[in-house]
Ligand binder design. Structure first.
Ligand SMILES: Nc1ncnc2c1ncn2[C@@H]1O[C@H](COP(=O)(O)OP(=O)(O)OP(=O)(O)O)[C@@H](O)[C@H]1O
Length: 328
């Protein structure tokens, strides 16, 4: 990492907002009987990114993904998928959604399941779908109900990739896969995303794995957005200082302490940079895993939304929707 004088705090060092948003949320909130699962969440996810969605249990990740797929209706605010309402034909045709449940017809064979995928999806890619099934040596004639959990997950992946979606939403989809299959399917995911410009939103608790596939990040805690932006810009907005303890120190003074890290990782203080680094000791950027662990352990840290993840005014969105309705 660069040393003294070259680092600046949030708001500097970030590139300008780029690209069409795949997802745009403005003031998004969802209240269940027990309370708010998601509250006042605003962000944009530029198209073509592989975005990790990270947060503690119960943070609101599945709720956010359900809102993007029209399985859940918002209590407040709005979300758009490529500018369209999540339930609209345009959004449905462009989105594939994969959850832990993977609802497949148990009596259908694998081949029949893929045929169904073909019938329902105008951009269906049989070769990609079959390739994923064959790589796991899952027999095309086997009924879904007779497959192992991991094999069913593979078929669900084949269906999702075969759809050739512009947006692929994956809600902890790999939890029942062995490590080699996880690795294989993640390689498929990054290759497909790079080749076709697919936007991927993937939630996972496997931070080390996310490090290999994500270039964008959304962190939520207690129903609120904590971090949003390019992995590299978020890492560069933080530093790990080898200061002992988290108490007041001239080295830490202009920065915001997120967490004093220790234990199994590199010891030091994770700070969000608030000015030039004038510390003479070791200053390094956190790895993605260190950054995420810091925010998971400090869920009340103030949010940092990078410019590329910031939305326009809600009125811009409403005006754009109106213009679309007029020109449609
Ligand atoms: N249908 C529901 N009715 C009532 N409360 C709900 C419902 N679904 C989710 N919640 C609550 O909303 C909050 C967010 O849940 P959500 O499933 O979105 O979290 P998550 O981040 O996906 O968690 P996990 O990592 O455990 O999967 C939790 O407090 C949960 O109990």
């Amino acid at each position: 990492m660069d040393h003294a004088g070259t680092h600046h705090g949030s708001g500097t060092g970030f590139g300008p907002p780029v690209g069409e948003p795949a997802i745009e949320a403005q003031g998004l909130g969802k209240k269940y009987r027990r309370g708010w699962a998601l509250r006042d969440v605003s962000f944009r996810l530029p198209a073509g990114r592989v975005c990790g969605l990270v947060g503690p249990n119960g943070a609101g990740k599945s709720t956010l993904m359900g809102l993007a797929n029209n399985m859940i209706r918002p209590t407040t605010g709005a979300l758009r998928v490529f500018g369209a309402a999540p339930g609209s034909t345009q959004a449905v045709l462009r989105t594939a959604f994969l959850t832990q449940e993977k609802p497949l017809f148990r009596r259908f064979t694998v081949a029949e399941t893929l045929r169904l995928g073909h019938e329902f999806n105008p951009h269906w890619d049989q070769e990609v779908a079959e390739g994923i099934v064959h790589a796991g040596q899952v027999p095309m004639g086997a009924r879904i109900g007779t497959l192992s959990g991991g094999q069913r997950t593979r078929v669900a992946f084949a269906l999702a990739f075969g759809k050739r979606p512009d947006l692929l939403v994956l809600d902890e989809p790999m939890s029942d896969l062995d490590p080699l299959v996880r690795r294989e399917l993640m390689t498929t995911l990054t290759r497909e995303a790079a080749q076709h410009g697919t936007t991927v939103l993937v939630s996972s608790h496997m931070l080390a794995e996310l490090q290999h596939i994500c270039d964008y990040l959304l962190v939520i805690a207690n129903g609120g957005l904590r971090l949003a932006g390019e992995v590299n810009e978020l890492r560069a907005a933080h530093a790990l200082l080898d200061v002992a303890g988290s108490g007041p120190s001239p080295a830490v003074a202009p920065h915001h302490v997120i967490e004093a890290q220790g234990g199994e990782g590199r010891p030091g203080v994770l700070v969000r940079l608030g000015g030039p680094v004038e510390y003479g000791g070791r200053v390094e950027p956190p790895t993605l895993e260190e950054l995420l662990l810091g925010y998971l352990r400090s869920p009340d840290a103030p949010p940092l939304i990078a410019p590329s993840a910031r939305v326009g005014d809600i009125h811009d969105i409403i005006t754009r929707d109106r213009q679309k309705a007029v020109t449609a």
